[in-house]
Design a protein around this ligand. Structure first.
Ligand SMILES: Cc1ncc(C[n+]2csc(CCOP(=O)(O)OP(=O)(O)O)c2C)c(N)n1
Length: 691
């Protein structure tokens, strides 16, 4: 007898040695290991008993037998609660071991093991639509939906993406990477279902920090008007990447810590354990009613028209399953508040919530990572800002929930009154900065290039139109690598270059980053600095940063045949090309542009008079990028000189190692050389003939 869906299972006829086998049951084997006793029913198999192979040491194998039996959510539906509890442990061990080699979002995923198991037990993806906000916590979803065998490739070149991706699986109904989109997208799907007469369920899972984001609230404001059937799960672990901040976080905390509420809920859990679903839910409901009176005249979500349930223990699998079964029947939008523990099951992650939100490889026993070694651009930015703010009491620092990533957590202890974490709220961060700037302050907004995309209109409408001196420090500008297309910072030149008033800079190294920051905080209007993720170039630093003349490029090597412009940290490639061309007898000028806007037209014009070609290098899309700016400037000056542009093509770039992707997409010295040589050869021809 073969189990539906095949896989590594085979099912024996009923073995006589098994005392609890009945006529309608059979033992399921995995590689000759008896795994589960399944009852044969109309709808496939229902597991009734199991055992899991352990290593002789007694330590659980990280790929446990139950986990290995999962090929689709259907396999989960065949398990007993006891098996699922065991599976949850296997998944945790598997995540801890696998991510120790690949890196990834360990903490958030350890927190949602039971929640994801419960969701996939009760709902049927891909018919039902399951969305995760940000989707950095969708690893278990990936494991349960047929991607277990490829899971060790997560975030690796050519492997699984670290976020949900529509092209990766039919179970990934919505891709994400930026926060705050799940509720709006889920509402869109629910309304589409209602319009087309569909029956599927739509479930949006969003973390507590997603509710610091305006889009989530824009969706909440709209849900009850648009649909009668939508399930929102608030996954509350009290953490964003750092501790979650703001009034919403405090509001959630008050719900969770209310004693009366907690007692009633404990009762519900006990009843559930003894008698099962319905009675417990009645008690839970009584708890909600009681809490409403105690906590708030009316619960926030109920005012938005979503019936509120919770808070539930997000690690109590039976309770979650019963609750989802119940919520499935609701004929109005509902919000389930679950409490989970980020990093659950791995002590180092519980002790280091921030670190284990997302990290590179680590020791799976101790959680230790390689010592940091060299400084990062983020650290140089933060240390410089600390000093500048010591001298200038008007400098303030603003982050949108990224104190760790941007380095501003180094600023916080030095100037606590001038440090602001506004939550995952980039638009608000920028408008808030504008307000401060109108009152004489010098706001420095440290926001990753990719997340600043969210704030384009405030940059135009609030900052630049009013010529306010706000500084945007765009960390992770350029290819981000492992995180992939949602996180690459490849568009900031394009979206900022066309905005009047802004000064846009890119430092070639950390020393110049400090100079640019000092320059920026002294400008009368808006400015932005783009710099990459990761460690610095390692150049010698001046004791004090210096102000740079705005719009002035730096000529590093003079030359007469070709002018090579290496923007920001692409300078090493530009330098290498210059050296190669010099070796071959060409006279190559090497220029550090420093400013994308205003461009140094004087320097460009001077070289345009005698070189045969320009070459531009940028870690940005070519379209609307720095090279395009050079072409426009030359055209406006009436100088028709060819420009070889080296940058990213007009397409979304997958995740991978930066060097591999640069090679794949031609951001290399070889490519630049191949493109520029024919232009130079033409120029050299008359020289050779003359000699
Ligand atoms: C627009 C945007 N800004 C910042 C981030 C960076 N970011 C990724 S996950 C995260 C915290 C998410 O916290 P929460 O939603 O509570 O989920 P948890 O990780 O706690 O499970 C942040 C700030 C982002 N993804 N998108």
């Amino acid at each position: 007898m073969k189990k539906k869906g095949t896989g590594p299972y085979f099912v024996s006829s009923i073995p006589s040695k098994d005392s609890y086998a009945t006529d309608s049951s059979a033992l399921v084997y995995f590689k000759d290991v008896p795994l589960a006793l399944c009852a044969v029913g109309d709808h496939g198999w229902t597991a009734a008993g199991f055992w899991v192979a352990r290593q002789s040491s007694g330590r659980r194998k990280y790929m446990g037998a139950l986990l290995e039996s999962i090929h689709s959510p259907a396999d989960l539906k065949c398990m007993t609660l006891a098996q699922m509890a065991e599976l949850a442990e296997e998944i945790r061990e598997f995540l801890i071991q696998t991510l120790s080699r690949t890196g990834g979002h360990l903490g958030p995923n350890l927190g949602v093991v039971e929640l994801t198991l419960a969701l996939h037990t009760v709902f049927n993806t891909p018919e039902d639509k399951l969305l995760f906000d940000v989707s950095h916590q969708a690893y278990i979803h990936k494991i349960l939906t047929g991607r277990l065998d490829r899971f060790a490739t997560i975030r690796q070149p050519g492997g699984l993406n670290g976020f949900m991706l529509r092209t990766e699986s039919e179970h990934d109904c919505y891709g994400a990477g930026h926060a705050g989109t799940a509720l709006s997208a889920a509402l869109g799907m629910a309304v589409a279902r209602d319009l087309s007469g569909g029956k599927e369920h739509v479930i949006a899972v969003a973390g507590d920090a997603a509710f610091t984001n305006g889009i989530s609230f824009e969706a909440l404001n709209n849900i009850a008007d648009q649909t009668k059937r939508l399930i929102v799960v608030l996954n509350d672990n009290e953490w964003s990447i750092d501790r979650n901040v703001g009034a919403i976080a405090r509001y959630f905390h008050r719900i969770v810590t209310n004693e009366h509420y907690k007692n009633l809920h404990d009762q519900a859990h006990r009843i559930l354990e003894r008698f099962g679903g319905k009675t417990a839910l009645t008690v839970a409901r009584r708890a909600e009613e009681a809490a409403k009176g105690l906590l708030w005249p009316s619960m926030l979500f109920e005012e938005f028209g979503l019936q509120y349930f919770g808070p539930l223990d997000g690690h109590n699998l039976p309770l979650l399953i019963e609750t989802f079964k119940f919520l499935k029947t609701a004929d109005h939008p509902v919000l389930l508040h679950v409490l989970t523990q980020k990093g659950r099951g791995f002590q180092p992650a519980l002790d280091g919530q921030k670190k284990f939100h997302g990290l590179g490889p680590y020791d799976p026993e101790t959680g230790k990572t390689k010592p940091a070694g060299q400084l990062t651009y983020a650290e140089v930015f933060a240390n410089t800002l600390v000093n500048l703010a010591t001298d200038d009491p008007h400098i303030v620092a603003i982050t949108a929930a990224m104190p760790n990533g941007t380095g501003l957590d180094l600023f916080r202890p030095h100037h606590p009154n001038r440090y602001f974490d506004v939550g995952i709220a980039e638009e608000h961060a920028v408008v808030f900065a504008s307000g401060m700037a109108t009152r004489g302050y010098r706001p420095v907004c440290a926001i990753y290039s990719t997340f600043l995309q969210r704030a384009f209109d405030p940059i135009v409408h609030d900052v630049c139109l009013q010529k306010l001196p706000v500084v945007f420090c765009m960390d992770r500008a350029g290819l981000s690598g492992d995180d992939g297309p949602t996180h690459h910072g490849l568009f900031d030149i394009a979206y900022l270059r066309g905005v009047p008033e802004i000064v846009l800079m890119a430092p070639k190294d950390e020393d110049e980053l400090a100079d640019m920051l000092k320059t920026a905080v002294q400008l009368p209007g808006p400015s932005a600095i783009r710099y990459p993720r990761g460690v610095v170039a390692g150049v010698a630093r001046k004791p004090e940063p210096q102000v740079i003349p705005v719009g002035k490029a730096e000529v590093l090597i003079d030359g007469s045949d070709v002018a090579i412009l290496g923007l920001g940290t692409m300078m090493p490639l530009a330098r290498e090309l210059a050296a190669r061309l010099e070796r071959e007898g060409y006279s190559a000028a090497l220029i550090n542009p420093r400013f994308i806007k205003p461009l140094d037209r004087e320097t460009l014009g001077a070289y345009a008079r005698h070189v045969a070609a320009f070459v531009t290098f940028e870690d940005h899309v070519k379209m609307c990028g720095f090279g395009s700016a050079v072409i426009e400037a030359l055209d406006e000056m009436g100088m028709a000189i060819p420009v070889v542009r080296i940058g990213w093509p007009d397409q979304f770039i997958e995740h991978g190692k930066i060097d591999d992707l640069r090679a794949k997409y031609g951001l290399t010295v070889d490519e630049a050389y191949a493109q520029v040589l024919p232009l130079l050869a033409r120029r050299m021809m008359p020289k050779l003939v003359a000699s």
